[in-house]
Design a protein around this ligand. Sequence first.
Ligand code: ADP
Length: 432
Amino acid sequence: MQDIRWKAFWLHFCWCFCCLIVGWIFNQETAWLVYAAGILAYIAGHLYWIHRLYLWALKPSLNFIPNGKGIWEYIFANLYQEMRRHSRSQSQLSSTLERLRHATSALPDGVVVLNNRNEIEWFNEPAIQRLGLKRHHDEGQPIYYLLRQAEFVEYLQAEDYSEPLKLKSWRSPDITLELQIIPFASKQRLLICRDVSALEKTEVMRRDFIANVSHELRTPLTVIGGFLETISDMQGEISPDIQPYFDMMQAQTTRMRRIIEDLLTLSTIENNATLKDESDLQMLPLLNQLVNDARALSQGQHTITLHAETTVNLRGSYNELLSAMSNLTSNAVRYTPAQGHIDIDWQMRGEHVVFSVRDTGIGIDAHHLPRLTERFYRVDSGRSRDTGGTGLGLSIVKHILHHHQAQLQIESEAGQGSCFSIVFPPQRILSA
Ligand code: ADP
């Protein structure tokens, strides 16, 4: 560029010098005329190249870019290089996009790109099959115009996408879809749609199997339990030597019946994806019942206190909540040695309401905490069995809380006691 400027300067300088010589040979007027003619020719040259640039800009093409002269040669050369760089990066970009499009089309999952107004920007082939979207027709349409199911609209608006949403397909009741929204960039979202019908079928088979087995075992166990009770009532007729065996058989039968009852409760709760008997609950009677049950179980061995914010009530299922909360209180009684303290709290914490049971019991080592809600997971199976545990209590609690969109929080330290809390979301709270 510097070079070009010097060239222009020297050209002008030489022209002035020539005009001076003309002025010296002829006269001043002739010199000015020659100077003006030169400048006009210079301007005409520039106008010519501007016109060529204008014509080229109307239909820009890398093949037809003019060569130019002087400073215009430099301008056109730069323009040519810039155009080449641009077209190279554009073709790279479009080939990357094309590869990305092929890759997402090869995915077994449906992918839909949504903008910040939840309008469809792009979708792949599987999304057409799973969600029934139409290419060219549905692009630009808000997704909730096309997927109108209330659960999906609620999921989209709730803006909590930590968990996927399972839905029966509106195209065929045999198909179960799992939809998950993943926010990306500033306000865009990816909607991933998976066909989980096969998984769902296996899960239903597993649940049905457990429910059927439990159901089938219940009757013979009741009969055996009944006979054992009758026999152990026949005092004097049984030899004292075999009496302990009868007691043991009775204890084991009772344990098996408890496991079966818990398995049936668990499968009933699991089979109901949503709450069936939801109502506005007065919490004080429920909390009082919990405390009375806990005191009856403790038989005066623990100090049990209730601190309740009486004006805060809840929308939910009375039976399910009583079952979940009494699981926590009975665990506190069973895992706290005599003379221990158990505090039951029902308090607002920010926008949430929290039910918590704090005990001064045996506590739990930190590495067990993430697994406590698994079926049959026990820290100490001997103690659990001795105190009438089945290992299913916290698993039942987890499923009930899922129905109420609530969360279980556990704080515990071995030897220091535990605090089990249920955190209910604001939408469940009914304040007086
Ligand atoms: P279980 O019927 O065995 O009590 P749960 O599912 O209710 O089964 O609890 C799982 C395990 O968690 C228990 O076996 C016990 O080891 C531990 N646990 C539960 N609550 C407490 C508690 N309050 N204090 C100490 N350990 C507990």
